[in-house]
Design a protein around this ligand. Structure first.
Ligand code: HEM
Length: 125
């Protein structure tokens, strides 16, 4: 069984990303970074990316090509503050899924790692 199936497939990722973007919508710092007025398309891209990453359908790459996420984030200024806010909303979203502890830990470990790797400005001391 893939991790995608273990956590509950498309439904779980839909809930995760919906909840995450509710957080973004209410966060002035993050909200200002999103170029589009409608967050719906960004929500869909993150949802499809995460589904693909965890072994679900490959719709993300069919639509967007190779993820190259670090490169795709270069236009945005992501420092420690942005990363931490991103993770704060993502933590709330993961909590809302109420996954078994091991699945929660695996998902969270990846998200923390990925968020750290997206930082593209030097740490502010
Ligand atoms: C796109 C911000 C971390 C996955 C975006 C966009 C912004 C953004 C402003 C453009 C919105 C759009 O049009 O799609 C941030 C910030 C992060 C962060 C502030 C803090 C560290 C991450 C992480 C992941 C991720 C950790 C993956 C685990 C994506 C994906 C897209 C995206 C898949 C759409 C890429 C595309 O197909 O164009 N992000 N992001 N982001 N982000 Fe992030």
């Amino acid at each position: 069984m893939t991790f995608y199936d273990a956590v509950g497939g498309e439904e779980a990722f839909t809930r995760l990303v919906r909840r995450f973007y509710e957080g973004v919508a209410g966060d002035p710092v993050l909200r200002a970074m999103y170029p589009e007025e409608d967050l719906g398309p960004a929500e869909e891209r993150l949802r499809l990316f995460l589904m693909q990453y965890w072994g679900g359908p490959r719709t993300y790459s069919e639509r967007r090509g190779h993820p190259r996420l670090r490169m795709r984030h270069f236009p945005f200024r992501i420092g420690a503050a942005e990363r931490d806010r991103w993770l704060e909303h993502m933590r709330a979203a993961v909590d809302s899924l109420e996954l078994p502890r091991e699945l929660d830990a695996r998902l969270w470990e990846y998200l923390v790692y990925a968020a750290h790797s997206m930082v593209n400005v030097p740490e502010e001391e």
